[in-house]
Write a protein that binds this ligand. Structure first.
Ligand code: SAM
Length: 248
């Protein structure tokens, strides 16, 4: 998958792209990441990419011409790519959106700065995405977050050591608890069942851990989940237990 990032700070991405799973995905040609300097598409000696807002008021606005030039160049390299404006006003980014985006040939991210981009840029984009209900100074962290979440869903990106299949938000559940060595840490022992070698019992323990965590931390996720009999049974037992605690 090809990612193009339209930004006035292309160097921000160097460190992120040279570590861990993202670096390996680039080296294995699973992804390519191309930060593009919007200033390269600005005219004049000073290559200005922003200007004062019409109508007055605080802040600066990103000019449309350099952005349009950068979009056109990125689109010519990956014609099938979706053009995404990063914005706090966009569609909320979730695991399901990451999964949808991972099916595409490429993504072109427009990283805004200042007050955002000139309104006429909306004619050139496919959609607007937000990474959460808060305001960042620029779209660059949002581009990194989306690239990271999408890349780990691409075939081969995680290698053999990890799996995206059972992670949180897959099938509306949070992932189960994890333990590693030592077997006892500050008096707290690893649950016996995880040391038992009984794979059926371990799978059942993990399902229960996953359901309880979701119930306690993100009960809203369960609204969308189709519960199987075993899952209903576990939740019922925990709800009864919680009720007993409240009423005793
Ligand atoms: N004036 C804009 C508003 O109130 O909607 C906020 C502009 S913000 C300071 C500058 C840029 O940061 C935006 O153009 C966008 O690219 C990026 N940005 C800020 N918050 C974001 C979010 N939650 N998700 C994605 N991008 C965001």
């Amino acid at each position: 998958m090809d990612f193009s990032i339209l930004t006035i700070f292309p160097d921000i991405f160097n460190s992120f792209l040279s570590h861990g799973i993202i670096r390996r995905a680039i080296e294995s040609n699973i992804i390519s990441v191309n930060p593009m300097d919007i200033r390269d598409f600005a005219s004049g000696k000073h290559r200005i990419t922003d200007d004062r807002p019409y109508g007055g008021g605080a802040g600066m606005v990103m000019k449309p011409e350099p952005l349009a030039g950068a979009i056109s160049e990125a689109k010519s390299k990956t014609p099938g790519a979706r053009i995404i404006l990063l914005s706090p006003q966009g569609r909320p980014f979730k695991q399901s959106v990451a999964s949808e985006l991972s099916m595409l040939d490429g993504l072109i991210f427009i990283c805004g700065r200042y007050e955002g981009v000139d309104e006429r840029i909306y004619e050139l984009i496919d959609e607007e995405i937000s990474i959460g209900d808060y305001v960042l100074t620029g779209g660059e962290p949002a581009a990194l977050i989306i690239i990271d979440a999408v890349t780990r869903l691409l075939p081969g990106a995680l290698g053999g050591e990890d799996s995206a299949e059972k992670e949180s938000f897959t099938d509306y559940l949070l992932e189960h608890a994890h333990y590693t060595r030592p077997p006892v840490f500050e008096g707290e022992a690893v649950p016996d069942i995880l040391l038992s070698g009984n794979h059926g019992a371990i799978a059942d323990w993990r399902l229960e851990s996953s359901l309880i965590r979701t119930l306690l931390k993100r009960p809203d996720l369960l609204d969308s989940k189709n519960l199987g009999n075993r899952e209903k049974e576990v939740l019922q037992r925990w709800c009864e237990y919680i009720e007993q605690l409240i009423t005793s």
